[in-house]
Design a protein around this ligand. Structure first.
Ligand SMILES: Cc1cc2nc3c(=O)[nH]c(=O)nc-3n(C[C@H](O)[C@H](O)[C@H](O)COP(=O)(O)OP(=O)(O)OC[C@H]3O[C@@H](n4cnc5c(N)ncnc54)[C@H](O)[C@@H]3O)c2cc1C
Length: 388
């Protein structure tokens, strides 16, 4: 194995980085994950994730974690309702969709980010993840990287993998290609004790997902573990809207006021999502890596996940791509089919960029479709064309 006697540093303990660590450890490699979060108990915000049979779930299976996944995914959370701005239901999985059907390519079980991280962490050897290590910079001497962290600590590694997400600090060591703005900015929020704090939307959600479409805008709501709900709006805005709008995103009164104006023709039921004083909001302009991006492979550095191929979330592919990257990179590194590390990495990166470009193209089309005047018709047509 080419990576025998090599120390591998993975920067970032998200789904991509932890999957890679697990798969490399299964092959006997020496791996450390450096993660900026303070510890494993940090409450992870954000929408739930649906894993796909040929990517996310495939990686879970190869990592020997299907049993743990079955114990932690949320049955029924994948069931979707497509509604209009008046909250009238036009499509309802709850009426038609069978219960979980693992092995069926159309079954996309949902898991929260926290439990997914826990499953992956529990599968790693003790001490694999070093917390409170925010990557700042690195230098190379005789093919060995010296890594500098925010807290003054350093580490060395023969091979560095950037799994540090959308704003990767590792990526500039490989390429200066930057993502472009997709035209959509999301505002994301999470409501805890949703049955009490947003009862009407909670009832409409029915433990699944809501896609509300209208006026070229989206409002997507997902149920989460422990009675919580996450949601995000999607609106066409200028790239600089977050600053130009003048909104203080920590001031919930301002957010409610913005929502009432921006979604003025929508049923007041939706305002429940913005009315709770404890909800914290995060504005998220959505970026995408150029579909034609390329770079020269290095012998001791590579990227996986959002760091390699950021894309908007409107096709639910990001985490699946990150986990499949982990699987494919691990297979290239552990096999004997390549003469050296640079060839193995080059092979992985070529396939990864091709796959990500095709997925990002589909995602951009979906993003446009969901934010068009005909969004509801487009989505209903898509479901009616799906094989049953
Ligand atoms: C609102 C929203 C909804 C989404 N919904 C879906 C969905 O339904 N389905 C889907 O497939 N995808 C979805 N995505 C996309 C998905 O979250 C990402 O594609 C996925 O998390 C990428 O995984 P990753 O491991 O590459 O990066 P991340 O999950 O971003 O993990 C990166 C890790 O690196 C750490 N890190 C960052 N910088 C540093 C540093 N300098 N030093 C050390 N550590 C660092 C971070 O703390 C984090 O733990 C959504 C995204 C958003 C914003």
């Amino acid at each position: 194995m080419m990576i025998q006697n090599k120390t591998i540093a993975i920067i970032g303990g998200g789904p991509g980085g932890l999957s890679l660590a697990r798969l490399l450890q299964m092959a006997g490699a020496e791996v450390t994950v450096y993660e900026r979060d303070q510890n494993s108990d940090v409450r992870i915000q954000g929408a739930t994730l649906d894993l796909h049979e040929d990517s996310g779930l495939k990686t879970i299976r190869k990592a020997g974690l299907m049993e743990a996944f079955l114990a932690h995914f949320r049955p029924g959370a994948d069931k979707m309702r497509v509604v209009d701005r008046a909250a009238h239901i036009h499509f309802d999985d709850h009426r038609t969709k069978p219960a979980e059907d693992f092995g069926d390519a159309d079954f996309r079980p949902e898991i929260d980010r926290g439990p997914l991280r826990k499953i992956l962490l529990a599968a790693l050897q003790p001490g694999t993840v070093v917390w409170d290590r925010q990557f700042i910079s690195m230098t190379q001497t005789d093919q060995v990287w010296t890594i500098q962290f925010q807290n003054g600590e350093t580490a060395t590694a023969d091979l560095v993998i950037g799994a540090d997400g959308a704003r990767s600090r590792i990526r500039p060591y490989l390429t200066d290609i930057k993502p472009f703005y997709s035209g959509i900015t999301m505002v994301e929020g999470t409501i805890y004790d949703a049955a009490i704090n947003s009862p009407r939307i909670y009832e409409l959600l029915k433990g699944g997902k809501i896609f509300a479409l209208g006026d070229s805008k989206t409002l997507i709501v997902s149920s989460k573990e422990a009675g919580a709900m996450s949601f995000y709006t999607g609106c066409k805005t200028a790239e600089s809207w977050v600053v130009d709008s003048g909104i203080d995103f920590k001031d919930n009164t301002q957010l409610l006021h913005w929502f009432q104006q921006e979604f003025s023709g929508w049923d007041p039921i939706w305002q429940e999502l913005f009315a709770h004083e404890k909800t914290s909001f995060i504005p998220r302009p959505q970026y995408c890596m150029p579909l034609t991006q390329t770079w020269t492979a290095q012998a001791n550095l590579s990227l996986i996940g959002d760091a390699a191929h950021l894309m908007p979330p409107f096709a639910g592919e990001g985490v699946n791509m990150a986990m499949l990257d982990a699987l494919e990179l691990s297979e290239c590194l552990r096999g004997n089919q390549f003469s050296d590390l640079q060839s193995a990495i080059a092979h992985y990166e070529l396939k990864m960029r091709e796959r990500a470009a095709a997925t990002a193209k589909m995602t951009l089309e979906q993003t446009e479709s969901l934010h068009s005047e005909k969004a509801l018709d487009n989505m209903l047509r898509m479901f009616s064309e799906e094989p049953s």
